[in-house]
Design a protein around this ligand. Sequence first.
Ligand code: NAP
Length: 485
Amino acid sequence: MTRTCVAISEADAASALAVAREALARGAECLELRFDAMAELPGDLTPFSQLEVRKIATLREREQGGGWEGTTEAKWEFLRRAAKAGFDIDLELGHPLVSRAHLLRPAKVIVSYHDLKKTPSVARIIEVLVECSARSDMAKAAFQVRTVHDLAQLVEAAQLFALTRERFTLIGMGELGMATRVLAHRMGSLLSYAAVSPGKETAPGQLDLETARWLGKEPVVTGIVGSPLDHTVSPALHTAAYRASAVRGTYLKWVTMVDELEDLLDVVDALGIRGFNVTIPHKEGILPLLDSVDAVAEGIGAVNTVINEGGRLVGRNTDVIGVQRTFEHHKVEVKGRPALVLGAGGASRAVLQFLTTEGAEVDITNRTMGKAEALARMFGARPVALRAAEERRYDIIVNCTPLGMKGFPQEAPISPHALHEGQFVMDTVYNPPVTPLLAEASRKGARAVNGMDMLIYQALASFELWTGKAVEREVMERAFREALP
Ligand code: NAP
């Protein structure tokens, strides 16, 4: 069973002791005392030995990310004292003292390895774990995860090394390695290192104790797969939903390149990740990699939500639900009404699916008319040149281009001529909340709605598919407004 081990890195023994007591009171199941962080090593270890929990003493060397610069003999003298005081001992792989580890008995010895720059191949990770195991009671290895491919290597290495039945802990450091920490149990790791509180982390990506305790050993893990993901607010929406519904879970970010999608799916399968959202550029490319795709997602040729149903990966599209609920929320009548869709990408497909299914008379225009023509054929809409569209009267206009979005040209995708009172104008863009199109639409007396509703309704639908829990819209709306004030 995986234990939560709080790593304590304080400048003096008194503070370390105070933090250790606090961590114990808050549910730590093991403590790692980073004595290398102290300006002076404590002469008396009795107060530490009185802590009734498994304790690890570490004097991490500088090249392994620690602060120890003393001699080998000074290190040995201290670690022997620590072993006598009831500590288990952590030694770095390759350190001369590893050959004397047996003299520390009955203390248990962890031999550890840290690469703060990269994750090597599966073969090399296993080699490191084998070397760490050779003279220890537990092998520990931690690697910086830079890509989804790195993450997949670590997960595969954990699966293979578990076959040896040796005791180990294998950690992926950094944001992309988070899954190896929250699902340490599924990795087969004996320890899951945590910080006593946010800001006290001893390694990148470490959870804080409160979060680790709340998540427990078998949290629901979901996330988002795409590139880039710098500005996504989805983690904020889903984190709020987990808390509000009391489902112990977390939503991670996996920046994934096109040639890494299969690696990502391997990780999802191996760690039992419950599902994930798919965004640019994978909404279409992921279809052939899934076990099945529902009729709506198949029809529009795009998946934004994948559900792991006991090892079968099922693709759905909740963007369509997002559009539908936005129109319902704003009580917009669609049947028989003339509507214009601007743009012919992924978002347009969801909007076209909804509008055409509900019986609107839909025109579509796009910078590249060939794409508009193809989507028009697919959904039973009419392709129309922008100039011609500007001369028509539409009851509904939906912008599905990024024009007006932060980082893109701050201009409306259609002339103000096309906007009028009583019209419903929706922009799929939500950042900024008022785009040039929406500002102009409001001036003309139209009803102007940004992409927040669509985003929230699709997120609510995805969350419900993964967890079975329906969360109030207000929960995600509050999180959205906090994330994008
Ligand atoms: P996409 O698949 O890349 O499609 C982008 C579309 O916009 C294409 O038709 C493209 O035309 C057009 N376009 C791009 N730059 C343009 C420019 N400078 N001038 C005119 N047209 C331009 O992207 P997407 O996934 O559909 O996303 C489009 C927008 O919808 C984004 O702003 C995104 O944030 C938003 N969105 C919102 C939600 C939500 O929940 N609110 C969900 C999904 C998307 P070409 O075909 O000529 O390249």
